[in-house]
Design a protein around this ligand. Sequence first.
Ligand SMILES: Cc1cc2nc3c(=O)[nH]c(=O)nc-3n(C[C@H](O)[C@H](O)[C@H](O)COP(=O)(O)OP(=O)(O)OC[C@H]3O[C@@H](n4cnc5c(N)ncnc54)[C@H](O)[C@@H]3O)c2cc1C
Length: 316
Amino acid sequence: MSAAVDPSSDADADVDVDVAVVGGGAAGLAAAVALGRSLRSVVVVDAGEPRNAPAAHAFDVLGREGIGPLDLLAAGREEARGYGVRFLADRVVTADREVAGFRLGLLGGSGVRARRLLLATGLVDELPEVPGLRRWWGTGVLHCPFCHGYEVRGQHVGVLGSRPGSLHQVLLFRALTDRVTFFRQDLDVPPETAAQFRALGVEVVEGAVRGLTGEPGALRVDVGGAGVEVEALVVAPWFRARGEVFAQLGGELATNAVGEFVPVQPGGATSLPGVWAAGNVADPGAMVAAATGAGVLAGVALHGDLVQEDVGALVA
Ligand SMILES: Cc1cc2nc3c(=O)[nH]c(=O)nc-3n(C[C@H](O)[C@H](O)[C@H](O)COP(=O)(O)OP(=O)(O)OC[C@H]3O[C@@H](n4cnc5c(N)ncnc54)[C@H](O)[C@@H]3O)c2cc1C
């Protein structure tokens, strides 16, 4: 279990609830609030590793622009607690289907029984293997022009050629600054893209990138023994869904050009009866607001599903 778990966790052994939410990031907390407001019994099990924790601020969060990512989640937990939602700072390591729902086994040894599951476990950003790069992930090493591009506008931005999406990143960051250097490495650049780069004055540097030194604002990219100075470096991670619980229950992850994810219907229902998913685990492109929205919609859908089951039992 991570050392970064919520220290204010409600210490509890086995709990029995309507809905177990696995993951207490934006998606899981938003769902928990919606479910709590519908008087559902809810437990959120959270291992405390939200994806944007390395960043100091979260942007494009309407009404809370620039808030610290952990501050936003702390506020969300308090709101959820206000509706009776319970929290376990732990990690779900096993999941089994039972007659009336599911049983989750937690790393700490306790368990949770729930009629429905919401998977809001997020994703892991798999970064290119360049020495020194991970150190500045979320500060000087960026991926999302909408999250942190404004903060590096007008600066000298390097883009590491690692995945086909790197080419699009060049264009998006070039819209924020006229100083973009593209470290091509062995990434193919189609002739029409090369022409766009020339027209935009994007410098293309050849050779394998061997390391990153310096610090945000003054990074040095080691390419072929020479150093190229940039103020920020952009990379294209592979977005790997934290889909272990889904897979344990028999679900199959899907893959697209940018990563893998749990496939869902609108509202978050997965192919597995009783299992919903929301946020980055189901949508690698979802920023905080979209993850929040998906969580609310999943909470609404889960409540509706339980209402149907309860009323169905009454008239059966
Ligand atoms: C560096 C960086 C900066 C970003 N900046 C912005 C920004 O400025 N604005 C913006 O809108 N978006 C930003 N994003 C995107 C943002 O991080 C995501 O949109 C958001 O975190 C998605 O929320 P989520 O709830 O789906 O997942 P997460 O926030 O990742 O939360 C998932 C939670 O589930 C927990 N978990 C996983 N597996 C288990 C398990 N088995 N048992 C229990 N708990 C588990 C994790 O520990 C984690 O706490 C940024 C991303 C990165 C990488």
